[in-house]
Design a protein around this ligand. Structure first.
Ligand SMILES: *Cc1c(COP(=O)(O)O)cnc(C)c1O
Length: 437
């Protein structure tokens, strides 16, 4: 299987972390998000251990919680000693409501409202990652009103194209995020931030992109950022205590995607940064990284029940499932690849097993673009009632889900030590109507 937490039991059922997904589908219904709590914790520990060993005790990974945001996730992050990124008042609220230590929360977004800034300060947010002058001015003004001095990182764009999908590349000069080093705008906004009395500039942030597989991107980004820090020190006498390198390590959606050794990658980046710091006469700053997808993606999968099986001879075949773009809009948005198989007849290679059927797996929405995946190979006798599993859906699935067509959202069921529990309840039609007058 593409993820080591997946297996097939003697009945031919797909299992995650030892739990039978067919039994879980029977117990909780479909569509169903299943997440492996132990895998989430393991992924956190990979970053925590590697970063502390490579960069020293001041280093800390921040879970980019937009990837999967609900109360239990923040409880897990608190227990593991992770920091978190948040990007809205809703994420601040969710984290704060379960007692997440907010001094370890970093508030991103290219357009925070005054209400967001004020609310986050009231919750004791640790940092704003400021994107622009308007935000710096708002933080200065609101912090003054509240009589506090607010820690801030400045988001910069190091001018790197990470060779990933255009929609998820954010580190280029023409990005909507941050201030470009190349154009002199990064230096100008730094000088500006240093003059504000209620803003405590703590350093710099960059995020180059997502679904990145080579350490090359982090090596180049950290080199450019350290050179910038050295330049600012030389000109303004200010040494940035923190450097946040962003997130972006990729995950395996398909067996053809590479497996990344994250710990080895971090060691390589740390070695290069230490060398660069020595050459520039800098002390190594406190390093942050912001993994989102690589913390939760391979911890999750989605199980659906197959309904209509439509064959259009000479054209195309369809298998319709009881979910779709409402619980996973990523194929519709970016054409994201996924591995799809039958949970009740699990196999990595149906062609080896017998006659097959190539189809588009589609959802139940009134929208032709409601496609989960194309060119999926399933057994030729796939039929209504089979359970369809889409793998590696722990990141950006529940988080991006909607109620289009008034479809209630599926529950999130967690598996820990082979036992399951509900982390997010299934929505009801009543839930979907709750704000209607
Ligand atoms: C989305 C995002 C992340 C996480 O990216 P992944 O690809 O999920 O690791 C981290 N930092 C920032 C600023 C982001 O926008």
């Amino acid at each position: 299987m593409i993820c080591s937490n997946l297996s097939v039991n003697p009945q031919g059922h797909l299992c995650i972390n030892g739990a039978d997904t067919v039994a879980l589908a029977k117990q909780y219904g479909t569509p169903l998000y299943i997440m492996d709590e132990d895998r989430i914790r393991e992924n956190c520990r990979t970053y925590l251990t590697a970063m502390k060993e490579a960069f020293g005790d001041t280093a800390c990974p921040l879970y980019a919680s937009k990837a999967a945001s609900f109360r239990q996730i923040y409880r897990i992050m608190k227990e593991e000693g992770m920091g978190v990124d948040v990007v809205s008042s809703g994420e601040v609220y969710t984290a704060h409501s379960v007692g997440f230590p907010m001094e370890k929360a970093y508030f991103h977004s290219n357009n925070k409202t005054d209400a967001d800034i004020s609310y986050a300060m009231d919750c004791g947010i640790g940092y704003f990652v400021a994107d622009n002058y308007e935000e710096l001015d708002a933080v200065e003004r609101i912090a003054a009103e509240k009589g506090l001095r607010q820690k801030v990182l400045l988001r910069l764009t190091p001018g790197i194209d990470p060779h990933t999908y255009a929609a998820v590349a954010t580190g280029k000069v023409d990005s909507k995020f941050g201030s470009a080093i190349e154009t002199g705008q990064a230096e100008a906004i730094t000088a500006y931030a240093l003059r504000l009395s209620h803003v405590e500039l703590m350093g710099f942030h960059c995020h180059v992109g997502s679904q990145v597989f080579d350490s090359d991107v982090f090596l180049r980004a950290s080199e450019i950022m350290l050179e910038f820090i050295a330049h600012i020190k030389a000109v303004y006498g200010y040494t940035a205590p923190e450097l946040d390198l962003g997130g972006g390590y990729g995950v395996r959606y398909l067996a053809s995607h590479p497996e990344i050794d994250i710990a080895a990658n971090i060691r390589e980046v740390a070695a290069a940064m230490k060398e660069k710091c020595a050459a520039l006469g800098l002390e190594l700053p406190a390093v942050r990284m912001e993994p989102g997808r690589s913390i939760v993606a391979d911890a999750g999968l989605t199980v659906y029940t197959a309904g209509t099986v439509k064959r259009i001879p000479g054209y195309k075949n369809y298998v319709s499932v009881d979910g779709g773009m409402t619980d996973n809009p990523r194929f519709a948005l970016y054409g994201s690849p996924y591995t799809v198989l039958l949970a009740n007849r699990a196999s990595e290679d149906y062609e080896k097993d017998g006659e097959t059927f190539t189809c588009s797996v589609v959802g139940r929405c009134c929208e032709s673009g409601d496609i989960l995946q194309e060119n999926v190979i399933l057994p030729a006798n796939v039929t209504r009632g089979d359970l369809v599993a889409v793998l590696t859906t722990g990141a950006y699935n529940y988080a991006m889900s909607s109620n289009y067509n008034r479809i209630p959202k599926p529950p999130v069921v967690m598996v820990k030590d082979g036992e399951s529990y509900v982390a997010v309840k299934r929505e009801t039609p009543e839930d979907v109507c709750r704000n209607d007058l």
